[in-house]
Design a protein around this ligand. Structure first.
Ligand code: TXA
Ligand code: MG
Length: 346
């Protein structure tokens, strides 16, 4: 049954306490609220209520073996839901919380298996977005939230995309305007011998290694041919997928430009490229993803650009490939998934 969705605007610099309280009451009653975070919009429900988690899966159309991230608004609450916090985890918390980083811990019984997709571990994130923090506090402190998109679509970085996907499926949508980072949080598994990155994000491997020394990366993340199962169940699914066919062209930048021009000749297609190359593709339909000098800009625009291609019914997307250093690793991870691993090396 579709429900009536109330959409409200909240300015993070001047938070409307009455609206936040109303949003928190919805969560406490077992309802769903979409809200802004610094990474992407989230689809929130009470993390400690199994019925709420079931509703989240239903609203997203997501397989229920794909665990949810539990969002907190203060460090002390971590100890309520996880068994053990290692010295390494404390170092990571000191350096990056609150912020765009999620850690996996052994869970306490208090966290229902409905929230963790049946796993005995739980993913925990302490976001830094002021509206997210106020909302989590008003909700009782533990908000389970996947990205606020229908399963398989790019994560929303603007409220209009949340509305497109979730209108009629959630009780409230909080419009917090533009989202600064634009890619989901880095996920680090702290339950093994060595910390392991399960999903790259704004907090890069290099940044984590400065705090922890050596950090492993789940080998399935960038390797299209890997036969291993990704450790984050969600990384298995074809994610972040635009409706169009998408191909990435990788290699030396002159050759990449030449190859894309050749492939796009006399074809209806859209080219994704850095600002510096826009003029190279004169006569073709081009989307500027941002300057190659600022990967944060590319990260922030990627999902919006993919959604625009959907809106314009693009049949074929030809994308340049980007550096995989720093946040570039996260950009390339999402881009390769969006393309269903279709890459041409030149
Ligand atoms: O930035 C973010 O993390 C956003 C915002 C809303 O906070 N949330 C987000 O959630 O990206 P979602 O559900 O779209 O992605 C969560 C990922 C999935 O790939 C899931 O498999 C993995 O985290 N995950 C969750 N719990 C896990 C666990 N216990 N062990 C391994 N992977 C886990
Ligand atoms: Mg997601």
């Amino acid at each position: 049954m579709p429900m009536i969705t109330k959409t409200v605007k909240i300015d993070e610099n001047n938070i409307d306490e009455a609206l936040i309280k109303e949003a928190g009451e919805i969560i406490k009653r077992g309802g769903l609220v979409a809200f802004p975070t610094e990474t992407v919009y989230g689809l929130g429900g009470d993390a400690l209520n199994p019925e709420s988690s079931k509703k989240i899966y239903a609203a997203k159309g997501r397989p229920s073996d794909n665990p949810l991230i539990v969002h907190i608004y203060r460090i002390e609450d971590l100890y309520e839901i996880v068994e053990e916090v290692s010295d390494n985890a404390k170092k990571v918390m000191d350096a990056f919380w609150p912020g765009p980083l999620t850690m996996i811990f052994k869970k306490k019984d208090k966290v229902p298996f409905e929230t963790t997709g049946g796993l005995d571990t739980v993913a925990v994130r302490f976001p830094i977005h002021p509206t997210a923090m106020a909302f989590i506090e008003a909700s009782g402190g533990f908000v389970a939230a996947p990205s606020a998109n229908i399963s398989g679509r790019p994560s929303p970085t603007l409220a209009k995309y949340v509305c497109e996907d979730l209108d009629g499926r959630v009780d409230m949508i909080i419009d917090g305007g533009n989202i600064p980072i634009g890619l989901e949080s880095t996920i680090v598994d702290m339950t093994g011998e060595k910390p392991m990155i399960l999903r790259p994000g704004f907090v890069s491997r290099e940044m984590l290694e400065e705090v922890l020394g050596e950090v492993c990366v789940d080998p399935t993340i960038l390797d299209a041919n890997s036969t291993e199962r990704p450790k984050a169940p969600g990384m298995r699914y074809r994610h972040y997928a635009p409706k169009a066919d998408m191909i990435i062209v990788r290699g030396d930048s002159d050759r990449v430009v030449a190859k894309i021009k050749e492939m796009g000749q006399n074809k209806e297609c859209t080219v994704l490229c850095v600002s510096e190359h826009v003029n190279e593709f004169a006569g073709m339909k081009v989307k500027d993803v941002g300057s190659e000098k600022d990967y944060n800009e590319i990260a922030a625009s990627l999902y919006r650009v993919l959604r625009e291609c959907d809106d314009e019914n693009t049949a074929l997307i030809l994308s340049e490939s980007f550096s995989d250093k720093g946040i570039g690793a996260a950009v390339m991870n999402r881009l390769i998934k969006a393309a269903g691993h279709k890459i041409i090396d030149v």
